[in-house]
Structures are given as C-alpha cells and as structure tokens.
Write a protein that binds this ligand. Structure first.
Ligand code: SF4
Ligand code: MG
Length: 330
C-alpha cells in the first residue's frame, strides 16, 4: 500500500503539575489515498492528541510523521505552510472555531484568503461550489454562525476544511455533539465527499458503531497505544483484543448473529494516563489478565496477515482462539 500519510513510533507526552501525561506512546499507523481510517477509544485515550499530531498542530517528542513521503515531523511554521493546505481538521464543535461576526461565506473563504488562492471573483465561485458540495443553499453564505443548526454548522466546517482541496482530513468526533437524527446525514455527506473528491479521513470517535459504519480500517486505541488494527469487516466479525471485544459488547446489536453477551470489565474507569499500568496497559481491567500481562508489554504484531495487528499476549498466530469464544446467545 502506498501511504498518503504515515506515523511511525510517535510519542507525545505533556508535562503537567502532577507529572507527565503519556498521551500518545509509540503509535504507528498509515492512511492510503482516499481511505477512511477509523480511530476509536474512550475519552482520554489520546485520540485528540493523535489528531493534532497528524496535522502537525503538535510536534511529537519522538517518532516520524510523513505526508506523501515528505518528512514533516520537525518542520517549523514556514516550512509547514505548503503542507498545511493538504491536511485539514474538522472539530466536534465547529462553532468554537468560527468567528461569530463572520458570515458563513466568509468563514468558508478564509483559508482561500490566507493561502492567496484566486482573486475575489474566483474565491466567491469556489465558496458557492463548496456550499453546494456540502448541501448548503447559496443564500446561507450571508448568514452568521448562530443562525445555523448544529448539523448545518458542521457542514460549514466541512466546506471550510475542503476549501484548499486537502488530501487528508482529520475528523475529531465530528458527529458526537449532533442529534442522532442528524449524525447519519453528516456521515453520509463525508462518505459521499470521499467518493467524489478522493480525500482520505482519519475519523475519530469514542463510539465504535459510528466508526464501524464508515471506516475502511479501524484502529482501536487504549491509553496512548494502538491495541488492535484491522479492516472493518474483520474487526466487526471477529474482534481479537479483549478491549475491542469490550467496546463491541456495549453495542447492543453488534456483529452477525444479533446480540452479544456483555464482557464485564474488571474496572469501569480507565487508569490515569499520568501513571499508565506496567506491561499491558489494559491489565487492570482485562477479564483475561494473567501474570505475564502486568510484567511484559505485548507488542502490536501481525496476526494472520499484515493488515491485522493485535497487542495481546493471549492472541498469537497459532492460538488466536485462546480467548473464550463469543456466544451469540443472550
Ligand atoms: Fe488482557 Fe493480557 Fe491481553 Fe492485555 S495482554 S489484553 S491484560 S490478556
Ligand atoms: Mg477528544
């Protein structure tokens, strides 16, 4: 696979008053052109930090970040500028990033002005085209952010993110704040735009059912690490990591064969990223934990094919059924 985007062994720690937050701890992943990579995990697992690393809002402590084969890991503001146009971000609450006194048309036009794209007439035409693409009527251009619903604001955010024809859009919980009835509309819009414009997404959510609906591949993150990576169908049909199974068991109708038995976690709350557990970081909650789990960190390794990776001592090439088989009853 030719990667459009690649992260290798990326680490990002934050020093805070009470210690060091291990937000992202050795993450490697890649995204192909026009691919949707879903990234799922509980709040506080480092997803948003990873998003900001991907678009180089943050610089990592170590590791490598590449966009189309160019190493952008350590680039400064000026050097990054031409690459910035190729990676954009969509936020959970677009309203917070809008100037409340700017019209929707102006908000969408902003990146074109900042990056000196076209004259005034060309920019206006581009804005009209973008608004049409995201399903906003032309007259919406003259309205202000507070006049729009949450779903419409997210459409404005998407139009703005698309203005410079990016190759990669990092979507950080883009539908989490929206009513359930609106979520599907925004997700379907993003999928249609991927098909029309060949744009790639890293689509972040705490909700596996949202990611499983649209992603080509899914990465599951736990306390700063990727614990499972697989294509959507494989992960949905046969999740291997106990944490992935726990996430799936919270979805009432997950998987083929209807409801799954809930996998009881030993503790509800995840440990603090200030003091991640030794060995496997999931061992304090994992119902299958053995002595080795707190002593040794399981590497993220390929199982079956290169496309599928799992970080669990109990899941091996020859014994991937070492974990109890899910029953589809009750
Ligand atoms: Fe559970 Fe051990 Fe696997 Fe970690 S390595 S997920 S604690 S069985
Ligand atoms: Mg977040």
């Amino acid at each position: 696979m030719t990667a459009l985007f690649r992260m290798t062994d990326v680490v990002k720690h934050f020093r805070v008053e009470r210690g060091v937050v291990h937000a992202v701890d050795g993450v490697s992943l890649d995204v192909a052109p026009a691919e949707i990579l879903g990234l799922v995990g509980e709040s506080g697992c480092g997803k948003s930090t990873l998003a900001r690393l991907a678009v180089r809002i943050y610089a990592p402590n170590s590791g490598k970040i590449e966009l189309d084969g160019t190493d952008i890991t350590a680039m400064g503001r000026r050097e990054l500028r031409p690459h910035r146009t190729r990676m954009q971000m969509i936020f959970q609450d677009p309203f917070a990033s809008f100037n409340p006194r700017a019209t929707a048309g102006r908000i969408i036009e902003e990146p074109l002005i900042v990056h000196a794209r076209g004259d005034a007439k060309e920019r206006k035409d581009r804005v009209r085209w973008l608004m049409d693409k995201v399903g906003l009527p032309p007259e919406a251009a003259a309205r202000y952010p507070h006049e729009f619903s949450g779903g419409q604001r997210q459409r404005i955010g998407i139009a703005r993110a698309l203005a410079l024809s990016p190759s990669l859009i990092v979507c950080d919980e883009p539908v989490s704040a929206l009513d359930v009835s609106i979520r599907a509309q925004v997700i379907n819009l993003l999928m249609k735009l991927r098909a029309d414009l060949d744009v790639s997404y890293i689509f972040i959510s705490h909700d596996l059912s949202v990611v499983a609906h649209m992603a080509d591949r899914i990465a599951v993150m736990y306390l700063g690490k990727i614990v499972e990576l697989a294509d959507r169908q494989t992960l949905w049909r046969a999740p291997l990591h106990p944490y992935t199974r726990a996430l799936m068991s919270s979805i009432p109708t997950a998987g083929i064969g209807g409801k799954r038995a809930a996998l009881p976690l030993r503790n509800v709350d995840p440990p603090s990223p200030l003091a991640p557990p030794t060995g496997c970081r999931f061992h304090t909650r994992c119902p299958h934990a053995e002595a080795i789990c707190s002593a040794q960190e399981p590497p993220l390794r390929a199982i079956g094919s290169d496309a599928r990776k799992v970080a669990c001592h109990l899941v091996t090439e020859t014994a991937s059924d070492a974990l109890p088989v899910w029953s589809s009853e009750n």
